[in-house]
Design a protein around this ligand. Structure first.
Ligand code: GCO
Ligand code: MG
Length: 408
């Protein structure tokens, strides 16, 4: 069996999805997602100029050897761009494997460990009453877990994932008006004074059953993060995410020393080498990697297995920039993983998105039910994809009130 061709499409309804389609001499094709939010053209070029010319002629069944060929063969290895490109190829090869076996991917991993996989939604509010409305709406839709983010009184601008007006809930992260970022202004004192109270209020209102998550989005220093994690301990968060930037990994030791609040990290990690030491030392509780920029199913499965040895559960990244293809790949891992925790899930399901990526995957009552179709169980409407153009976008940048650049 041979790979005969591969094509890349960049674009989609309101998003710049990077979709890879690998064709074979047996008529079977596989799909992969290489979307790297706000840097979408880069994995596309890596695929087009370097990987696809090598891929043609290879046997698609040898997904492990092909992964090793691109990874070890790159010399300048790792990094989100390369790993997103390898990841898309890997997803597509697993898709082909599943179609050849006539089995859904979760069967090839070892079958289902559960029916519905727990998901969490993004509740957000310009202020606390607005956030309470947002949580109420998600609970009414059946969600059992919500991530809560809230506007901070006195903060000069809205901060990460928070609207500047009440009632807005769309993707609040990417600004598609161009590549020059907007600026958010940040004040840590205001945040650390207000947020523990807001989280306590959400707990009081919605009771002990609701799983409450919160994303600090890399904004605190190590000491501040340790204090914050300790202070919110009585609230019983499901997790506290990315309390500090990921580069200084020693920080997690300090946080652990001071608090038992569960910690989630890893959405910016792109290989097992970014987290093996943290996992072995059991310094966090949920691993947030994504099949998209952590090298696809082959590599993420390796991380999940290592994490499982150390009581760390999965909580894969599922921001709106993931296409239904990588969400499907994660759904199969979620159905199988013995150490599954939760999946971040934002309904992508605009009618156009469903038309572009038809599937039988189902989200109901806050749970994700994986499709039984062979392979990834998601298809791709190529003709429709051609209608969308790439629209450059940007994440905001963050500055402190004196102008110092801070972590987004
Ligand atoms: C999350 C993430 C995202 C990132 C985004 C960057 O927890 O979902 O923090 O919101 O900011 O994926 O592109
Ligand atoms: Mg996050």
């Amino acid at each position: 069996m041979k790979i005969t061709d591969a094509k890349i499409f960049v674009g989609g309804p309101g998003k710049n999805y990077v979709t890879l389609k690998i064709m074979t001499d047996q008529g079977i094709y596989g799909l992969g997602d290489a979307t790297l939010n706000n840097r979408e053209t880069l994995p596309a070029i890596y695929l087009q100029d370097y990987l696809i010319p090598n891929l043609i002629g290879m046997d698609p069944r040898n997904s492990e050897d092909i992964w090793q060929f691109f990874y070890r063969g790159a010399y300048f290895r790792r990094g989100p761009i390369a790993m997103a490109a390898f990841g898309a190829i890997d997803m597509a090869l697993w898709d082909i494997k599943g179609k050849l076996a006539n089995m859904p991917l979760y069967q090839l991993f070892g079958g289902k460990s559960r029916e519905g996989a727990l998901t969490y939604a993004h509740a957000t509010g310009a202020d606390l009453p607005d956030l309470i409305d947002s949580v109420t709406r998600y609970i009414a839709q059946g969600y059992k877990a919500v991530r809560v983010q809230c506007g901070i009184p006195g903060m000069p601008t809205a901060s990460y994932a928070v609207p500047d007006q009440k009632g807005l809930t769309d993707d609040l992260i990417t600004d598609f008006s161009g590549i020059r970022p907007k600026t958010e202004v940040w004040n840590t004192d205001l945040y650390t004074r207000f947020m523990p109270q807001a989280l306590a209020e959400i707990r009081d209102r919605f009771g002990p059953e609701l799983k409450i998550l919160h994303d600090v989005h890399h904004r605190l220093t190590p000491r501040e993060a340790a204090q914050f994690a300790k202070e919110v301990e009585p609230i019983g968060l499901y997790w506290l995410e990315d309390p500090t930037p990921a580069e200084d990994q020693n920080v997690l030791r300090l946080i652990r020393k001071h608090s038992t609040t569960p910690i989630a990290v890893g959405e910016v990690f792109n290989s097992i080498w970014d987290c093996n030491r943290l996992i072995e030392e059991e310094l966090f509780d949920f691993i947030r990697v994504a099949v998209t920029y952590a090298g696809g199913i082959t590599h993420v499965k390796r991380i999940v297995d290592l994490a499982g040895l150390h009581n760390i559960r999965t909580g894969f990244h599922g921001a709106p920039s993931h296409s239904p293809i990588s969400m499907a790949a994660q759904a199969h891992l979620n159905a199988w993983a013995p150490n599954f925790g939760i999946q971040e899930y934002l309904v992508l399901g605009t009618q156009e998105c469903d038309e572009m990526f038809p599937s039988e995957h189902r989200h109901e009552d806050g749970l994700f039910f994986v499709s039984d179709a062979p392979g990834l169980g998601v298809d791709f409407n190529e003709e429709m994809a051609k209608r969308y153009d790439y629209a450059p976008g940007s994440h905001p940048v963050v500055r402190l009130e004196d102008g110092t650049l801070w972590n987004y």
